[in-house]
Design a protein around this ligand. Structure first.
Ligand code: FMN
Length: 156
């Protein structure tokens, strides 16, 4: 089974989990890179607004074709209790492919919004995930996420 881990990460938290998962499963990895500069505290406000207004964004060309994989894991930080514009455009552009794959979702977040963001992903794709995983930012940086990640990977 070929596995692809696709993720967006602004400050490296989701990236850390995605890389752990890809290593553990010998999977390929695709980082979605937002062309809009999202760095710094001022842009945090715009980023939150863009997410809550369901905006999409321009992303850099992708390296992997999801069609080539059996299992796809989508990872994303929660923004304004929903998904990021970068993941939203990825899903929009690939939803017909994703719908025909085994999909699972994970997110990182400060404190709340994962259920809602998973529901948004499920609705956009039109398919239920096999497994979901929510991790707090602090769990990731304290290296307290690996047991949960391994359990999630057993279910995908
Ligand atoms: C614009 C913006 C909005 C956010 N909104 C939420 C939120 O609604 N709920 C939450 O728990 N965390 C929220 N966060 C915190 C991030 O989800 C969290 O820090 C995440 O782990 C960051 O992942 P990253 O380092 O991969 O970018 C938000 C962060 C940003 C930048």
């Amino acid at each position: 089974m070929k596995i692809l881990v696709v993720y967006y990460s602004r400050t490296g938290t989701t990236k850390k989990v995605a890389e752990y998962m890809a290593n553990r499963m010998s999977a390929h990895i695709e980082e979605i890179i937002d062309k809009k500069n999202r760095a710094g505290p001022i842009r945090y406000i715009t980023a939150g607004k863009d997410a809550s207004l369901k905006k999409i964004t321009k992303i850099q060309p992708l390296k992997r074709n999801p069609q080539d994989y059996d299992i796809i894991i989508l990872g994303n930080p929660v923004w304004a209790w929903t998904i990021t514009p970068a993941l939203r455009i990825y899903i929009k552009e690939n939803k017909d492919i994703l719908k025909n794959k085994s999909i699972s979702f994970f997110c990182t977040m400060g404190g709340s919004g994962s259920k809602r963001s998973f529901a948004v992903m499920q609705k956009l794709i039109g398919k239920k995930p096999r497994a979901t995983l929510t991790l707090l930012t602090k769990e990731v940086w304290n290296n307290q996420f690996e047991d949960k990640a391994r359990e999630f990977l057993r279910k995908i």
